[in-house]
Design a protein. Structure first.
Length: 189
């Protein structure tokens, strides 16, 4: 941008001005040198002063299981004051159980990998349950028991659960669940 301003000022000088040609040549020269020198040296300079490389050596990177263990622990601590009342009575036992289980599980496997033999069975069950719910939802809609708006809302919720399960499972168990509960096409009422 500065080169354009320099050139614009040089070109704005009156033609009759003594030394205008020298100023134009100097402006073009400055622009050319700036573009060539800065353009040619920017990549080596970035490599020379790369802050990310300097920081990588000083901080150990966490693995995914270690990161999840830390996140689950923070989540458990965040909900602790919300699931108990002032007298210490448990208000939301299912949430407390779920977050507590996740925190314990991720802590147990933080320095290893979740056992692959358990993953397919777990997600086959989860996905089969979602497919059964989707089939029942479509049956209720086909019978006129649900409005189109409610159908879309509930399908959206099931879609989110399915996407989450497929993401976490890496697609494991999806084939077996699909064979157990095949999708049925939606029929508008």
């Amino acid at each position: 941008m500065r080169g354009v301003v320099t050139l614009a000022i040089a070109l704005a000088l009156p033609e009759a001005m003594p030394g205008r040609d020298v100023i134009l040549v100097a402006a073009f020269g400055v622009i050319l040198v700036t573009v060539l020198v800065q353009g040619a040296t920017i990549v080596p300079m970035i490599g020379l002063f790369d802050v990310r490389k300097m920081q990588e050596g000083s901080v150990a990177k966490l693995t995914e299981p270690q990161t999840w263990a830390r996140l689950e622990k923070v989540q458990l601590e965040a909900i602790r004051p919300l699931v108990f009342d002032a007298n210490g009575n448990l208000l939301h036992p299912r949430l407390w159980e779920q977050y507590n289980y996740r925190a314990q599980l991720t802590e147990r496997f933080k320095d290893s990998v979740f056992p692959d033999e358990e993953r397919p069975a777990h997600f086959t069950v989860v996905l089969a349950g979602l497919a059964a719910a989707r089939a029942e939802l479509l049956k209720m809609h086909g019978a006129g028991q649900l409005s189109d708006e409610l159908l879309r809302h509930l399908e959206h919720d099931l879609d989110l659960q399915e996407v989450s399960a497929l993401h976490v499972s890496g697609g494991v168990g999806a084939d077996r669940a699909a064979r157990a509960w095949p999708r049925q096409p939606c029929r508008s009422a």
